[in-house]
Write a protein that binds this ligand. Structure first.
Ligand code: ATP
Length: 304
């Protein structure tokens, strides 16, 4: 079933278009990453899902229920890790999960939930004593209560060390495998790449790409990056290469390597252009494009 269906969703503030006619859908059983530079509109989109913000135009549904006009039904089956969440300082971890259990009318065992997110040892300590990463784990645990069909997570691995981030990724995979949809925003591209089935890239309120990571790769230079080692590489050479038709990005790595994403047709033209300039090419190789390369190619260099 479709978990999220946005149709022409727009949000305008006085002078800013935070979302510009966004249409996308997220299905149950998939992990969907939401990427974009600062100010792209990611939080605004999530805030419309939660009805903290009202759209100017268009609509969005969760499981077929409009987020604004049928809010209670729309949010009945979701778990949320919001941006800038706060915990109740005087309540223990266990009491937080009990609170989530009551409000969702669920019967999960609080200790099992706390164990799953790695804070079982701190179950009976007040949340004010928790570190930032422990608070993040606790709120993620609360979002899992009641086996929601959709998890909406704003930067779920913020504040976690690499092991913690890997544990959270494995929890998200388990949730996906039991059939839930996972929608999460992140600025950690490696994490998105490691876990997402599909990715959306948002920039200045526009959806510039929605695809699988492989699909994004294929649309940028056949999924490969070209690396050319040039003796005495100078800025003029880089600028000239950048201007070749079909070259999407061209940067310098380690002072001597020209790193580029480009269409397949452009590859030969780049080599020809380098020869014309009299550049001394010492090596030529390709590498699989990373999500970061794709993000730069799509957003023109902006990064969160
Ligand atoms: N209440 C508001 N009033 C006016 N403009 C706003 C408001 N909330 C957001 N905006 C603007 O809308 C745009 C999108 O902001 P949003 O917070 O959704 O971006 P974001 O992608 O979540 O950014 P970040 O990664 O920095 O959190 C920005 O230009 C922001 O300044």
């Amino acid at each position: 079933m479709t978990a999220i269906a946005a149709d022409g969703l727009s949000k305008r503030y006085a002078t800013v278009t935070a979302l510009d006619r966004i249409s996308l859908s997220v299905e149950e059983g998939e992990i969907f990453g939401f990427l974009g530079p600062n100010g792209a509109g990611k939080s605004t989109f999530i805030n419309v899902l939660l009805d903290f913000v009202r759209p100017t135009d268009g609509s969005v549904e969760l499981f077929g229920h409009d987020c604004q006009t049928e809010g209670v039904a729309a949010r009945d089956r979701i778990g949320v890790l919001p941006e800038g969440y706060s915990v109740f300082d005087r309540l223990t971890g266990r009491q937080h999960v009990e609170y989530a259990r009551r409000s969702k009318d669920a019967d999960d065992d609080p200790i099992e939930i706390l164990d799953r997110v790695g804070v079982r040892e701190a179950a009976d300590r007040p949340a004010s004593d928790y570190s930032k990463g422990m608070k993040q784990r606790l709120v993620l645990g609360m979002s899992l209560v009641g086996d929601p069909d959709l998890l909406i997570l704003d930067e779920p691995t913020t504040g976690l060390d690499p092991n913690g981030a890997a544990e959270i990724r494995s929890i998200l995979r388990e949730e996906r495998d039991r059939g839930a949809a996972i929608f999460f925003s992140s600025h950690i591209l490696e994490q998105v790449e490691a876990i997402c089935d599909r990715v959306a890239i948002l920039q200045d309120g526009d959806l510039v790409a929605v695809d699988t990571i492989d699909g994004l790769r294929q649309s940028i230079g056949g999924g490969t990056k070209l690396l050319i080692d040039v003796d005495g590489l100078d800025e003029e050479t880089v600028e000239t290469v950048r201007a070749v038709d079909g070259v999407e990005t061209a940067t310098v790595r380690d002072g001597t390597t020209l790193e580029m994403t480009c269409t397949n047709d452009a590859k030969m033209n780049v080599v020809v252009e380098l020869q014309r300039l009299g550049a001394d090419v010492v090596n030529f190789r390709t590498e699989e494009a990373s999500l970061e390369d794709m993000f730069v190619a799509y957003t023109g260099g902006g990064r969160e």
